[in-house]
Design a protein around this ligand. Structure first.
Ligand code: SF4
Length: 350
């Protein structure tokens, strides 16, 4: 595998910079200034770290990269202002992130891996062969690049792009620490959502780490056999156990949990599915204000056979959940014309 000739400075956790930079930077207060340039001012060239002496800037320049992506393709939706960013990594792979603006929020949906080993068969990212995990710096660079490009602060981060975040747990949590740190990206923990198909020990670890971020379970089915058909690599997690673990997450973090449910025509969109989902949630004591079900009518992605359900089917599904006391929302597709909606990210940009 091709490697970077120099280390990427965002891969080094700020707390480690104090020891890593010691040979290059004599005064400790300079490290604080460097952290501020990297994470608060988000400047992309050491040359512009203007309050540092010239020799320190030169030392940094010859020892580290400040950015790792080589090239960025930007596509903007004419439908809703969503922007899809395709980043080319140093080893010539593609990583995708999406900027999702509303009147009051500016969220980004980012990736944690190149390709996805989970291979959900309704998702185009699942069709991309897994190459490697993204580093902590590559995860953060997606956010930093978008903030600089938009010249505005991002208000929320969704770990819902390409990859299964829990398969890259250490880099995920290291990035989360920088995202929520007041001295770094400073984005509120309640505005961060980690989405996963559910690896039970990892959900518990995230709960126990007490970051207080939100968790979203990609459930998408109401019985284990049905789920295995669309999520073949489901880590042998049983639906009942996953939902119990969501309850654990809620209790431990006092945060919120979302149950993501993609509606596939004729597969998991019947009234019986809706009633079964409600029963499962009741059994797991998940019918409460801090839990929401997000219904995601399937968005067409290349190379698979699924179809979106009729609108009446979606509304009936929603109504059944609502009558059972469940908070439920139909997720509006964003960036459909640029392949940026849920499940579409894996189109290869040229
Ligand atoms: S839905 Fe998520 S876990 Fe499944 S293949 Fe797509 S990116 Fe991977």
């Amino acid at each position: 595998m091709k490697t970077l000739r120099k280390p990427f400075i965002l891969d080094v956790e700020p707390k480690q910079l104090y020891s890593v930079l010691k040979p290059l930077v004599v005064e400790e207060y300079r490290i604080k200034q460097i952290i501020e340039w990297l994470y608060v001012k988000k400047v992309s060239s050491f040359e512009k770290f203007s309050n540092l002496p010239k020799d320190v800037r030169g030392n940094l320049e010859s020892s580290f990269y400040v950015r790792s992506f080589q090239n960025v393709i930007k596509q903007e939706s004419i439908l809703d202002g969503t922007i899809r960013y395709t980043f080319k990594t140093y080893d010539s792979h593609y990583v995708y992130a999406v900027y999702l603006p509303t009147e009051s929020t500016k969220s980004v949906c980012i990736s944690t891996q190149i390709g996805c080993p989970v291979s959900c068969n309704f998702c185009s990212s699942g069709k991309i062969k897994f190459v490697r995990d993204l580093s902590r710096g590559e995860i953060l660079e997606q956010i930093i690049h978008i903030e600089n490009d938009r010249n505005e602060r991002v208000s929320g981060v969704l770990f819902m792009g390409m990859g299964e975040p829990f398969l890259n747990y250490n880099n995920l949590t290291s990035a989360i620490e920088s995202i929520i740190s007041k001295n770094e990206l400073n984005i509120g923990k309640r505005h961060i959502t980690v989405s996963s198909v559910g690896i039970i020990p990892a959900i518990k670890n995230l709960a126990n780490a007490m970051y207080g971020v939100r968790f979203a379970l990609s459930l998408h089915a109401t019985d284990d056999k049905q789920r295995k058909k669309i999520i073949p690599n489901n880590f042998d997690s049983k639906i009942s156990e996953l939902l119990k673990t969501c309850k654990y997450y809620l209790k431990k973090t006092n945060s919120r949990v979302t149950i993501e449910y993609v509606l596939l025509k004729g597969f998991n969109d019947t009234s019986s599915d809706a009633h079964r989902l409600a029963r499962l949630m009741r059994t797991a004591r998940l019918i409460e204000p801090s839990v929401q079900v997000n219904l995601i009518p399937y968005n067409h992605a290349n190379k698979n056979d699924y179809q979106a359900p009729e609108q009446v089917t979606v509304l009936t599904f929603k109504k059944i959940l609502k009558l059972n006391g469940i908070n439920v929302n139909i997720r509006e597709a964003k960036g459909l014309d640029i392949g940026a909606a849920c499940g579409q990210l894996g189109y290869t940009a040229k």
